[in-house]
Design a protein around this ligand. Structure first.
Ligand code: ZN
Length: 312
């Protein structure tokens, strides 16, 4: 392949997104709801159709490779799905090989949070440093790390599942089945659950029929006391988890993405208060910043996988 264009694909539990890259910029993009019920073959059909839209078959030689970011855990050494909670029916599917055979284009596969870490490091809020931790805080909490200028993969390529650090002996049950994980306490879902509980005491939340985490941010901006308290609580959990992460990896900065980071300005000071209070002295000054690429960290990371791969 000699082309200089790259197709990045992000397969999520709700959205399938594709982007055509050239020179680190997005030329065109496509997105559809993921055909979860269709399983791997349904999603492969969707990808085929969208790749065709981004690049007709006659111009395939322009494509150097496909970078694929997928909700994990996936075994990236074997480019094979291990088990994806949000995508049933994919266990053992050799996604890298299957997609390469269908499209005739080389495929590079990465777990989504690790791909997003790479994207932020190369093109977002992590540029210019050699040590970062990226955290995506949305329905769950995922993460990745760059240490000493290397993107961490670990055994099977699944390092950085920071959401499953255990922070409490009791408390809410995590989707992983354990109790008291960082994710179970600090994810957008955990914030939503606390908001539902607090709703009867909140003028703002009690008027909302189907409460979501984003409503808490809206309420706080409108001055609702309960919402402000809920965010103080959320910032405390995030600050505690991030303090542990800082102790583990000693990053130059921690980058926060995911839906909850849309309200980062309301969490920023609370998170830093906890870090300054709880971290050991050499770690107290590590900044937490908002992701620079918003929802596109994973797409930029997937494109970087191809851009940085040895020519083959
Ligand atoms: Zn867990």
């Amino acid at each position: 392949m000699t082309g200089d264009r790259i197709i990045a694909i992000d397969i999520g539990g709700t959205q399938l997104r594709l982007a055509l890259f050239e020179n680190n910029a997005i030329l065109a993009r496509e997105a559809v709801p993921t055909d979860v019920a269709g399983g791997p073959s349904g999603v492969m059909d969707q990808i085929d159709m969208l790749v065709d839209r981004l690049c007709p078959a006659a111009r395939r030689a322009e494509i150097r490779g496909i970078g694929l970011s997928l909700a994990g855990p996936i075994d990236t050494e074997a480019a094979m799905v291990t088990r994806i909670p949000t995508l049933p029916g994919w266990d053992g599917f050799p996604i890298g090989r299957a997609l390469a055979e269908r499209t005739g284009i080389p495929v590079h596969v990465e777990n989504d949070a690790i791909a997003a870490t790479l994207g932020e490091w190369r093109h977002g809020a992590g540029q210019g440093v050699q040590n970062i931790v990226y955290l995506t805080v949305s329905t769950g909490i995922g993460g990745g790390a760059v240490v000493d200028g290397r993107l961490l993969h670990g055994r099977k390529g699944i390092a950085g599942h920071l959401g499953h650090m255990r922070m409490a002996q009791d408390g809410p049950v995590c989707p992983c089945g354990t109790i008291g994980c960082f994710e179970a306490l600090a994810s957008g879902s955990a914030l939503r659950d606390r908001a539902v509980e607090a709703a009867p005491g909140s003028d703002f939340l009690s008027a909302i029929p189907d409460i979501d985490a984003r409503h808490v941010f809206e309420g706080a901006r409108a001055g609702d006391r309960s919402c402000i308290d809920l965010l103080a609580h959320e910032a405390m959990y995030l600050g505690q988890g991030i303090t542990s992460v800082i102790h583990m990896f000693s990053p130059d900065r921690v980058i926060m993405g995911g839906g909850v980071s849309n309200g980062f300005d309301l969490l920023d000071s609370g998170i830093h208060d906890i870090i300054r209070r709880d971290a050991m002295p050499p770690f107290k000054g590590v900044p937490v910043v908002k992701a620079g690429l918003g929802g596109d960290s994973g797409l930029f990371g997937a494109a970087s996988l191809v851009a940085e791969a040895a020519p083959g």
